[in-house]
Design a protein around this ligand. Structure first.
Ligand code: FCB
Length: 435
């Protein structure tokens, strides 16, 4: 594993702010306590994010876990609603705490890789319509600018937005996340807003963060973490092939096309056709972050909106949440996206596996996929595992256990206990070049 990785290869683990910190107040706070009309809770077993891993207070335990892994990078989030609880404010005490975390990471030779927006909105944004408020992209860009100024001397790696496509799919197609909408046309407009936000955020960060934290001559490395799925047709028939192409075009490709073209462009046949110039998007990726978990086998459903559906995975190896385990997909994505020309980083990859027994093989198989891509000359700069520890898996609550370290949320000490995959991870870290 990773013996052929280039010098400086980033190997580490990821979390997000809301999923681990505890004590936040944002658009999820009411949602996670709510129920659907049939009485089912929005979050499995009614778990709330009040305490979780309590990383806001226990972050030194997280740093200790990362050290045990031999990680040289930690992808973590800063919570917009915590730093800017009301429009135009800035919580300096919260910023100081994040600075202490980033400084401790740097002292441990672990680069902080900071996500600025990972699915949660401050309540003052949500009250105005969330992603449907025309002012949201500019407000998030202003926040990005402040974060760049506040943390830039400690942080070079920035992820503006985590998985814009997942946000649209969950919040505006499936209606499972706030604001709980099922309307593809609104979803397409939100996708366009996320594109504008990323373009503006990049410009704001480049202007405010001029400090080169790691001395490599670059003050910022900016990109998004894009959820990329494999969409394979369920049959050899032309309709399933066409439907898989439509799913792929909307979900995998549209954001990347927007950056390549410097245009806000969202096309979903029969639903949306948005196409307008947006120069801030051009050149806004220093890297493409790939979050890879699974593949879908797509069946056409021409009368539906969207005109396709994914088949159940019961007949294939799958994780605790039913997602197919398909390591070959990571290799296919790396080779495919090499053509876009951006350096690639795997910014998330992981397995919901409550017992932890399947995770070592999962990790090994996906690192081999990275090895194969590297051997073929693909410019892969890093691999970041989701997740460092068990956390709040959105609507799945505590049922999606992705941690290299497992956490019992009822344990008063919230100990981060190593799973079997920690040894596998350490072995990979030991193979990296030290020169
Ligand atoms: C990704 C999200 C992350 C986590 C993992 C399992 O889609 O970015 O927050 O939920 O899936």
């Amino acid at each position: 594993m990773l013996r052929g990785a280039p010098r400086g290869f980033l190997l580490g683990a990821a979390t997000s702010a809301y999923q681990t910190e505890g004590g936040n107040r944002n658009d999820w706070t009411d949602w996670e306590k709510g129920r659907y009309p049939d009485g089912t809770p929005h979050v499995a077993d009614g778990l709330t994010a009040d305490r979780l891993d309590d990383s806001w207070n226990r972050w030194p335990q997280d740093v200790a876990a990362l050290r045990l892994l031999g990680a040289n990078v930690y992808r973590l989030g800063v919570e917009w609603s915590r730093l800017e609880p009301a429009e135009g404010t800035w919580d300096q005490a919260a910023a100081d705490r994040y600075r202490a975390m980033f400084a401790a990471l740097r002292a441990a030779h672990i680069a902080p890789f900071v996500t600025l927006y990972h699915f949660t909105l401050p309540t003052w944004i949500a009250a105005r319509g969330g992603w449907e408020w025309a002012g949201t992209p500019a407000a998030l860009a202003a926040f990005a600018g402040r974060a760049g100024a506040a943390f830039g001397d400690l942080v070079d790696w920035w992820c503006t937005i985590n998985e814009p496509n997942v946000l649209v799919a969950k919040s505006y197609l499936a209606g499972q996340w706030p604001p709980g909408v099922r309307d593809p046309a609104r979803g397409a407009r939100v996708m366009a807003a996320l594109m504008r936000a990323h373009g503006l955020m990049t410009a704001a960060l480049r202007a405010s963060d001029r400090a080169d934290a790691d001395g490599d001559g670059r003050a910022t490395q900016i990109g998004i973490a894009q959820n990329l799925r494999i969409f394979d047709p369920a049959s050899a028939g032309p309709l399933d092939g066409l439907a898989a192409g439509i799913a792929d075009g909307f979900y995998d490709e549209s954001f990347l096309d927007a950056v390549t073209l410097g245009r806000v462009r969202v096309v979903l046949p029969g639903v949306a056709d948005i196409d307008e110039p947006f120069p801030a998007l051009a050149g806004s990726f220093d890297y493409l972050g790939i979050n890879y978990y699974t593949r879908d086998r797509i069946e056409a459903r021409l009368s539906g909106s969207p005109p396709y559906r994914a088949l159940p995975t019961g007949d294939r190896p799958h994780n605790d949440l039913g997602w197919e385990i398909y390591p070959e997909g990571l290799y296919r994505l790396l080779v495919r996206y090499a053509r876009r020309g951006w350096p690639l980083l795997v910014t998330e990859n992981g397995l919901a596996d409550a017992g932890g027994q399947a995770r070592p093989d999962f990790l090994r198989a996906h690192l081999y996929a990275v090895d194969r891509a590297l051997a073929e000359g693909v410019d892969v700069r890093g691999y970041i595992f989701w997740s460092l520890m068990d956390n709040f898996e959105w609507s799945h609550g505590a049922r999606g256990r992705f941690g290299l370290f497992t956490v019992d949320f009822s344990d008063p000490g919230l100990a981060r206990r190593p799973t079997a995959a920690v040894a596998t991870f350490r072995e990979a870290a030991g193979n990296l070049r030290s020169d």
